[in-house]
Design a protein around this ligand. Structure first.
Ligand code: IMP
Ligand code: MG
Length: 186
């Protein structure tokens, strides 16, 4: 039994141990930075879920949490630039200190759209915490406030990140073998 077909993964990029250390460290940093604030964690479904549940257990503060679902990708690996809101927040966020938790900042289009939209609801502050940052691919003018790992321009999967909804359950972050997505055009 295995999490995946071994030929689908080119190599492991970030190990389970490294992920554990990074979420601990970031949780401690957020605990410091948000003391006395009105912290509201917003998870962007579905890719951020694994990271988020690990991260919040290291934030030793009272906090609230909500989720949004947006879609910017189809089954493919390239961004379309179109962001659709599939699920909005349950409640107003006025006056709250928003920390958006994302799996990966790639072109940045998703988060620049999302932050602009949330800013109109008058929160006290908005920051972005991302597990992964792929700065080489950035087209939108946006920078994460907290990043666990800066990675090269490779399509990665695991620890919440998917390719066509698969591989989210891998306990590590791996580089997807291009042969998996090159099959698409056949
Ligand atoms: P952006 O709008 O281009 O920044 O795209 C952000 C979203 O694209 C992320 O939340 C992911 O869902 C998806 N994405 C971007 N790069 C990757 C990748 O390497 N693996 C899996 N999903 C990715
Ligand atoms: Mg995704």
């Amino acid at each position: 039994m295995s999490y995946f077909h071994s030929s689908d993964i080119e190599r492991v990029l970030i190990t389970e141990e490294e992920l554990k250390e990074a979420t601990q460290k970031l949780g401690a940093q957020i605990t410091k930075d948000y003391e006395g604030k009105n912290l509201m964690i917003i998870g962007v479904l579905k890719g951020s879920v694994t990271f988020l549940v690990d991260l919040i257990r290291h934030i030793e503060l009272p906090l609230k949490m909500d989720f949004m679902a947006v879609s910017s990708y189809g089954a493919g690996v390239k961004t379309t630039g179109v962001v659709r809101i599939l699920k909005d927040l349950d409640k107003p966020i006025e006056g709250m200190d928003i920390l958006i938790v994302e799996d990966i900042l790639d072109s940045g289009l998703t988060l620049s759209y999302l932050t602009a939209m949330l800013r109109e609801r008058q929160p006290a502050s908005i920051r972005i915490a991302t597990l992964l940052d792929k700065p080489e691919r950035r087209t939108a003018d946006i920078k994460p406030d907290y990043t666990c790992f800066t990675i090269p321009d490779e399509f990665v999967i695991g620890y919440g990140l998917d390719y066509d909804e698969q591989y989210r359950n891998l306990p590590f972050v791996g580089i997807l073998s291009p042969k998996v997505y090159n099959k698409e055009g056949e």
